[in-house]
Ligand binder design. Structure first.
Ligand code: CUA
Length: 339
C-alpha cells in the first residue's frame, strides 16, 4: 500500500474519532443536575464514558494500523509466523482492565455510600403514589399534604416512597435517582437539592391507563422561602377554626391531573369535565349531590359515555375522611355551577 493510502485511512480514522467524541461529549445528554447526589452519579457516568472512549480510540487506531500494515499482499499465500502466546502481553491485558474495573468499583462504592448518608437531621417527606397522582406529606409539619413537592435548597431530604394501590416508580430526572413504590414496602431515597428551580416528577412504572398523566413538580426553593411557605401551610392545617377546604382536597389528591375544573385552574382531559357536572348528572338520571359523591367513592359504578372504565382510582372512598369527602362534593357542586 502506498504511503498516500495509509495517510488517507488514518485521516478518516481521525475524523470519525473526533466526530464520535464530539457526539459523546458535546450535547447535553443528561438532565441539568439539581442535587448533590446527581452530581456524584454523573461523575461516575462521565468517568466510565471517558475511559471507554480512550480505550475505543486506542483499540480502533491500532486495529486500523494492523489491517493496513499486515494485510496479505497480492499472490502471498504463505502462513503467518507460528506465534503461541506472549506472557508479557497477557499480563498487560489482564492488569490494565483489573486496574480500571477496580478503580470504577471503588469510585462507585464511595458515591453509593455518600449518596446514602442523609446526615443527622434530614427533612422527611412521605411520597405516596396512587393511580394516577403523587402526594407529598410532611410528617414534621402536622402531616401537611400537597400535590407538588417543595424542598429547600441545600438541606438533606429523606423521601419515603409508598403506594396506595399498584406499583409506581418515583423519578425526578434532575435529582438523578429512581425508586419504585411497591405495595407493603416503604423504601427511602436521599436527596440534597442544590439548584433552585422547578423540575418534573414522573411515574416510571407502567401503572395503568393514566400512567403517562401521573406527573407532578418538584420545586426547589430558598430555605427562607421554604420556611415561610411551610409556616403558612401549617397555620392553615392547625388553625382550630379551619374547616376542611374542598379546593385543598381536590388539589392534594391530584384530581386536576385528569379533570378539567375552571375553579381549580385544572385542565386534565383523561376524565369527564367537572365544569359540566350538572349536565352529566342529568345524563346519568341521578340527583347531582349523590351523583358527585358516588362518582368519587365508586367510580366504576357508573361510567360516563366516552370514557374508559378502571382509570379513576377506586380508593378515594377509603382514603378520604367523611369531612374531606363532604367538602370535596360541596366544592365540586358549587364550582361546576359557577363554571
Ligand atoms: Cu404510576 Cu405509572
Amino acid at each position: 500500500m502506498r504511503k498516500g493510502q495509509i495517510l488517507t485511512l488514518l485521516g478518516i480514522g481521525l475524523v470519525v474519532g473526533v466526530i464520535a467524541t464530539a457526539v459523546a461529549v458535546l450535547p447535553q445528554w443528561l438532565p441539568v443536575r439539581a442535587s448533590v447526589e446527581a452530581g456524584r452519579i454523573d461523575f461516575v457516568i462521565w468517568m466510565t464514558i471517558v475511559i471507554s472512549i480512550v480505550i475505543f480510540a486506542l483499540v480502533g487506531a491500532v486495529m486500523l494500523y494492523e489491517i493496513v500494515r499486515f494485510r496479505a499482499r497480492e499472490g502471498d499465500d504463505s502462513d503467518g509466523p507460528p506465534i503461541h502466546g506472549h506472557t508479557g502481553v497477557e499480563i498487560v491485558w489482564t492488569v490494565i482492565p483489573l486496574v480500571i474495573v477496580t478503580a470504577i468499583a471503588i469510585v462507585s462504592a464511595v458515591v453509593l455510600s455518600r449518596n446514602g448518608n442523609a446526615g443527622v437531621n434530614p427533612l422527611r417527606v412521605d411520597v405516596t403514589g396512587v393511580q394516577y397522582a403523587w402526594t407529598f406529606t410532611y410528617p414534621d409539619a402536622h402531616g401537611l399534604t400537597t400535590n407538588v413537592l417543595r424542598l429547600p435548597k441545600g438541606r438533606s431530604v429523606v423521601l419515603t416512597i409508598s403506594t396506595k394501590d399498584v406499583i409506581h416508580s418515583f423519578w425526578v430526572p434532575n435529582f438523578g435517582q429512581k425508586q419504585d413504590a411497591v405495595p407493603g414496602l416503604h423504601p427511602t431515597l436521599h436527596i440534597t437539592p442544590d439548584r433552585l428551580g422547578t423540575y418534573p416528577v414522573v411515574c416510571v412504572e407502567l401503572c395503568g391507563l393514566g400512567h403517562s398523566l401521573m406527573r407532578s413538580e418538584a420545586i426547589v426553593m430558598t430555605p427562607t422561602a421554604f420556611d415561610k411557605w411551610l409556616k403558612s401551610q401549617q397555620a392553615a392545617v392547625t388553625s382550630p377554626n379551619a374547616s376542611v377546604s374542598g379546593a385543598a382536597v381536590y388539589k392534594n389528591n391530584g384530581c386536576g391531573a385528569c379533570h378539567t375544573l375552571t375553579a381549580a385552574a385544572s385542565s386534565g382531559k383523561a376524565g369527564p369535565d367537572l365544569d359540566q357536572l350538572p349536565k352529566w348528572a342529568a345524563q346519568a338520571k341521578q340527583p347531582l349531590a349523590s351523583f358527585v359523591r358516588t362518582s368519587i367513592t365508586d367510580p366504576n359504578g357508573y361510567i360516563q359515555p366516552g370514557f374508559p372504565r378502571n382509570v379513576m382510582p377506586g380508593t378515594f372512598g377509603a382514603t378520604l375522611s367523611t369531612q374531606q369527602l363532604d367538602a370535596l362534593v360541596r366544592y365540586l357542586i358549587s364550582s361546576s355551577k359557577k363554571g
